[in-house]
Design a protein around this ligand. Structure first.
Ligand SMILES: Cc1cc2nc3c(=O)[nH]c(=O)nc-3n(C[C@H](O)[C@H](O)[C@H](O)COP(=O)(O)OP(=O)(O)OC[C@H]3O[C@@H](n4cnc5c(N)ncnc54)[C@H](O)[C@@H]3O)c2cc1C
Length: 429
């Protein structure tokens, strides 16, 4: 028998929320197993090339792991703090190493086993409990027993395999994106170009005064086809369409960030495409088309944006950027009204203020609806069907609009940390 350990906690999915949860469970003395299907940790933060972490308030609850991530990434030259104070600008590739560093520290490692390139193929349940799961790595299948199970798969795959109900409360969908990175961009030349255009400081800004960047330029800029928002780059994208370099839909959402710890890499938060949740054939066609769009955008910036002439396509995200997929029914159904009213709860896992952010397929309705501070109760992370199953990260039991605010990375990490604290308390009683 390779492993006949009984765990306190098994976490399925070693991404944004799962790593936070694993660290905190192990740190609190719970014997923990983290199962990840990729050969690296980090999920959308690494494989999805999703940078930066969105600023979502003062982060005064369940942010120990996030702060540790910032400090550790700093040591690997994989983090910068932007001029607005957001310290969540990470380098997605180096973060793979940073996460393993954090999760294999001796005091964590003694309580934490990590399985990479492993997934779950069966979940054995009785009444309202999950008793055992079967994992699969290469040709090996192995039963695993734990007191608590956590679905951190981003898509609710483990909950669905176990027989949980999915929330079926909305016909709305968020657009997906396939992110990519270009290398060998001349930042100085691009900055001069940006500042030769009219001013839209809220959307386009640059920064080079941070001590830990060694004065390397950082920047962010964007453009959308939403006519109510006219940003610096709009006219170039429109003329790109006229010249036949771009398709009209390539203008839908076009966003660029410099990459922390690099002097010449630019991360693109595009192209966007339709999220066919229930049709793998259409979903695959969209993914193939997304790569064609990446090739168009790459050639467009090379010819139209000073600084990109010698750029090279270096990464296409290995994980598709799906903003919203399956939300799982939980003990408390959290709504947009709870979020906007800042409703108070007794068992709170996070406090944040990131707004309602829907990437709509409707041309003029993409928006961020600002909100004040709100909190999320742990009951929205406990499965409705199984008392020893928690759901963290994207598949939580909240409505479509609330989800669009709660899905940002810092909140996902707080969910992981909050659930670890909650389970540690339950285990003591
Ligand atoms: C295109 C896009 C842009 C975004 N932009 C931003 C942004 O700028 N800032 C921000 O803060 N947030 C942003 N977000 C939101 C944020 O990145 C995600 O909502 C968040 O990272 C989700 O975390 P998660 O842990 O739920 O999922 P993930 O990070 O995706 O982790 C899920 C993990 O589970 C693993 N997994 C899945 N199934 C199994 C299985 N069966 N067995 C084992 N492992 C499994 C996956 O491989 C993955 O590692 C963006 C999201 C998208 C899609």
């Amino acid at each position: 028998m390779i492993n006949n350990k009984k765990y306190d906690v098994v976490i399925v999915g070693g991404g944004t929320a799962g790593c936070a949860c694993a660290y905190n469970c192990a740190n609190l003395g719970l014997t923990t197993l983290l199962i990840e299907k990729n050969n690296f940790l980090g999920g959308l933060m690494t494989g999805g090339l999703v940078v930066p972490v969105m600023n979502s308030s003062t982060c005064n609850l369940n942010c120990n792991y996030y702060n540790l991530l910032v400090d550790t990434a700093k040591k690997f030259n994989a983090q910068i703090t932007y001029k607005d104070g957001n310290d969540g600008w990470f380098n997605p590739e180096i973060l793979k190493i940073v996460l393993e560093e954090i999760l294999t520290k001796p005091d964590i490692k003694k309580n934490l086993d990590i399985l990479l390139e492993t997934t779950v193929i069966n979940s054995k349940t009785e009444n309202n409990f999950i008793n055992e799961i079967v994992i699969c790595s290469n040709l090996l299948s192995l039963p695993i027993v734990s007191k608590y199970y956590i679905d951190a798969t981003g898509c609710g795959e483990f909950s669905i395999l176990s027989g949980c109900e999915i929330l079926n409360d909305s016909t709305n969908t968020q657009q997906s994106s396939l992110r990519f990175i270009l290398d060998n961009v001349d930042f100085d030349k691009f900055e001069n170009f940006l500042y030769s255009l009219s001013d839209d400081e809220d959307i386009t800004n640059t920064y080079r005064n941070d001590i830990n960047t060694n004065n390397i330029l950082s920047f962010t800029t964007a453009s959308t086809w939403n006519e109510s928002k006219v940003w610096k780059l709009d006219k170039f994208l429109k003329s790109g369409v006229q010249k036949g370099l771009l398709f009209e839909e390539d203008r839908a959402y076009f966003q660029l960030f410099s990459v922390a710890g690099s002097v010449n890499k630019v991360a693109f938060n595009c192209p966007r495409f339709t999220n066919y949740k229930d049709n793998p054939f259409m979903a695959s066609i969209e993914l193939i088309n997304a790569k064609k769009a990446i090739w168009r955008i790459y050639n467009f910036v090379k010819s139209e944006f000073p600084g990109f002439e010698n750029s090279q396509l270096s990464n296409i995200a290995s994980q598709t950027g799906i903003r919203e997929q399956n939300r799982i029914k939980t003990k408390y159904y959290y709504t947009k009204d709870d979020l906007l009213s800042g409703k108070k709860f007794s068992n709170t896992v996070l406090k944040a203020n990131y707004g309602i952010d829907i990437h709509s397929d409707d041309k003029n309705s993409s928006m961020i609806q600002v909100s004040n501070s709100y909190e999320l109760p742990v009951e929205s992370l406990i499965s409705y069907n199984f008392d020893n199953l928690f759901i963290i990260g994207k598949p939580i039991g909240v409505d479509f609009s609330a989800h669009s605010a709660l899905r940002v990375q810092k909140s996902c990490m707080s969910m992981g940390e909050g659930v670890a604290n909650y389970i540690a308390k339950l285990s003591k009683n």
